[in-house]
Design a protein around this ligand. Structure first.
Ligand code: ATP
Length: 288
């Protein structure tokens, strides 16, 4: 059996540049894998099947199952596989949990079925299911352009302590992008400045340049998310940002002590918040 950690991602920077005629959006984003992960276990079987600790995700719409089906029909291996997913990444939270599971599944099946496909080919298959899957197959610190599938590897971000906070809300990514279009939100165009700050490795500079255009449409709908950000900074976090289309917020902290303080303050404000302290990791998945 293969056991694979499927890491969550955060967006250190997210800009929406334009809308393609096919409805997809041209983005510019800097993405970072973090240590929070689901566990994807893949074992040999005759047919394809999936089980998961999340009842609502135990069906054939699971992105990991869809990825397995796509790879199976593209390569016609003689065997199937059983995929078991232990969910730990909050669902529909802006942390790419579904994409991470799909990426880990593609990587695992590539080994189980002895396909020897290069990662680029797995990324092309993954891209058909979700724009974040190519990133999750690579991981680390990446600039993502186009729909998110054009990836450029960046130097790793400093090993800050990061507090992840997920309010008990589900946000549809499609709805958020629809609002960006309706309200004709102008692009940020501060990606170059962010890259400069990242190169400096300085927590103050990086924190000052953290930007996510989607906050502009999500915060008015869910003022509590902005409240989490403000509290995190008051508690000592150097910088905070909503990840993806939310509702997760992450807080960059100088050291473990500050991260613990921020995490405890957030937990005592609202026990419904999912709070976890994570570190940046340099890969999207890890076969253990
Ligand atoms: P995105 O920004 O890609 O929409 P997200 O990071 O906000 O994603 P995910 O946790 O990936 O959120 O979930 C997005 C949707 O995908 C959910 O509504 C969920 O029902 C569906 N989904 C399918 N498979 C999975 C999976 N293995 N894990 C989590 N969600 C899944």
């Amino acid at each position: 059996m293969l056991s694979i950690k499927a890491y969550a991602k955060i967006n250190l920077y997210l800009d929406v540049i334009s809308r393609y005629p096919n409805g997809y959006h041209q983005i510019e984003s800097i993405m970072q894998s973090v240590s929070l992960h689901d566990l994807v276990e893949i074992s040999p079987a005759q047919d394809l099947s999936l089980s998961t600790t999340s009842r609502e995700l135990s069906n054939k719409d699971n992105l990991a199952f869809k990825a397995a089906e796509l790879l199976h029909s593209a390569t016609s291996p003689k065997a199937g596989a059983h995929i078991n997913i232990t969910k730990q990444i909050p669902v529909a939270a802006g942390l790419a949990g579904g994409s991470a599971d799909a990426a880990a599944t593609l990587a695992g099946l590539n080994i189980l079925w002895e396909l020897n496909l290069p990662v680029e080919e797995l990324q092309q298959i993954g891209e058909r299911l979700g724009a974040d899957i190519p990133f999750c197959l690579a991981g680390g610190t990446m600039l993502a352009e186009g729909r998110g599938e054009k990836l450029t590897k960046l130097n790793p971000m400093p090993k800050f302590w990061i507090v992840l906070v997920t309010p008990p809300l589900r946000i549809s990514t499609a709805d958020v992008y629809r609002l960006v279009d309706e309200r004709e939100i102008a692009p940020l165009y501060t990606g170059t400045e962010f890259l400069g700050a990242l190169e400096s490795g300085d927590i103050t500079q990086i924190s000052a340049m953290l930007k996510n255009l989607l906050e502009e449409v999500v915060f008015p709908l869910h003022p509590d998310i902005e409240g989490v950000k403000k509290l995190a900074i008051t508690s000592g976090g150097s910088g905070a940002l909503m990840s993806g289309s939310g509702p997760s917020v992450y807080v960059i902290c100088r050291d473990e002590e500050v991260a613990n303080r921020v995490a405890n303050d957030l937990r005592s404000r609202d026990e419904a918040l999912f709070v976890d302290i994570v570190r940046p990791v340099d890969k999207g998945f890890e076969i253990t």
